[in-house]
Design a protein around this ligand. Structure first.
Ligand SMILES: [Zn+2]
Length: 119
């Protein structure tokens, strides 16, 4: 859980970490981080998704599998608890992996059923 507003570190205070571009590691780059919670800013080229995007995927899953309303609610709560929409620290790949983990766990469906809906 984040809940942090994220205050970014100054330009001199950065952490050197691997940088990913199009899913590949492209050497090290200085990453800014949050001075409140320590979360490191994601510098991936792929922009993170909104919660709305993932809610649409759940609706689409509901057309293909039997999903109870409480399960949709549980998934939404899990996404909130794990700060899936924290665009400061999450890149798209991390979000998708987390989303697949949550949905397969709660809905008891295979991971490929979820991955095939993500573009
Ligand atoms: Zn923070």
């Amino acid at each position: 859980m984040s809940g942090c507003e994220h205050k970014i570190s100054g330009s001199r205070e950065k952490i050197w970490l691997p940088y990913y571009f199009e899913g590949r590691e492209r050497g090290l780059k200085p990453h800014p981080y949050c001075i409140e919670c320590g979360l490191i800013k994601n510098l991936s080229s792929e922009k993170p998704r909104s919660i709305g995007y993932f809610m649409n995927i759940i609706a689409e899953l509901g057309n293909r599998h039997k999903i109870a309303q409480i399960q949709t609610r549980l998934i939404a709560l899990e996404m909130e608890r794990l700060a899936l929409d924290d665009k400061f620290g999450m890149d798209r790949m991390q979000q998708e992996d987390l989303f697949v983990e949550i949905t397969t766990r709660i809905l008891n469906i295979p991971a490929r059923a979820v991955y095939e809906l993500l573009d």
